[in-house]
Design a protein around this ligand. Structure first.
Ligand code: ADP
Ligand code: MG
Length: 235
């Protein structure tokens, strides 16, 4: 994998953060996982580590000068081989940090390999710079009437910012991936299996080797390999 993949959520907690973590675990190659959810971070708590150092300490350090070398000092190496730039649960702190880090930060992540959980997407989100620098965006959708209605607007907006937007449905009830794709107006939608056991293992602090064999992480692996490399989609 190369470049930056942003994972965006839709209405009703469809599982964006869980899928971002599954995606990070889906390859043995180390990846930088960034918690850029403007509603507040979850990943540091899920992985059982402190959110400091992380996004907020990076933003504070970068206020004076932002060199790429600074970035690595705020990333924590997690047991699984994931390098996490975590965030606290305070929305105000995450929003302010993303706004002040701005484009130079997005450009560093664009070199990848990096995965950013950008939370629920809306136009004007503090994660806008990350979306602009991403080589692919995965929009995770609950396949319900409300979830799909909401995702239509998000998809329309995201496709004006990135040429590679993938819709991923969590589960297939009441609508399956083909029905969701048709309603949203995209050629196809990826299907994330409902995997309560895998999801709860990911959101707890247990990190087991066989986690990589759960349906959820296997599906993340499939999606990761279906996204074309950054250099092929760069415009
Ligand atoms: N593929 C899945 N199958 C079953 N449950 C899931 C799946 N993905 C996420 N969940 C569960 O759904 C809830 C919300 O997940 P989360 O990743 O926090 O959503 P979001 O980031 O979109 O708000 C959590 O309880 C999580 O365990
Ligand atoms: Mg989330």
């Amino acid at each position: 994998m190369s470049g930056l993949i942003c994972i965006a959520g839709g209405k009703g907690s469809p599982g964006a953060t869980t899928f971002a973590l599954a995606l990070a675990l889906s390859d043995l190659e180390p990846v930088t996982l960034v918690d850029a959810d403007p509603d507040g971070g979850d990943l540091a708590a899920w992985l059982g580590i402190s959110a400091t150092p992380g996004l907020v300490s990076l933003a504070a350090a970068a206020r004076h000068s932002f060199a790429g070398g600074e970035f690595v000092r705020h990333v924590q190496h997690v047991q699984t081989g994931i390098k996490l730039l975590g965030s606290p649960s305070s929305p105000e702190q995450v929003e302010a940090s993303l706004t002040s880090l701005g484009r130079p930060f997005a450009q560093i992540l664009a070199a990848g390999p990096a995965i950013a959980d950008i939370g629920r997407w809306r136009s004007g989100s503090p994660a806008t710079e990350l979306v602009g620098a991403a080589h692919a965006i995965v929009l995770v959708v609950h396949p319900t009437v409300a979830g799909v209605a909401h995702a239509r607007y998000q998809y329309e907006d995201l496709t004006t910012r990135c040429t590679n937007v993938v819709v991923a449905c969590r589960g297939d009830r009441p609508y399956n991936a083909a029905e969701v794709a048709e309603a949203i107006g995209c050629a196809a939608a990826f299907s994330i299996p409902t995997d309560r056991v895998g999801a709860s293992m990911l959101t707890g602090s247990t990190r087991e080797r066989w986690l990589r064999r759960t349906p959820l992480v296997r599906s993340a692996h499939d999606l990761r390999h279906s996204i074309s490399p950054a250099e092929e989609v760069a415009s």
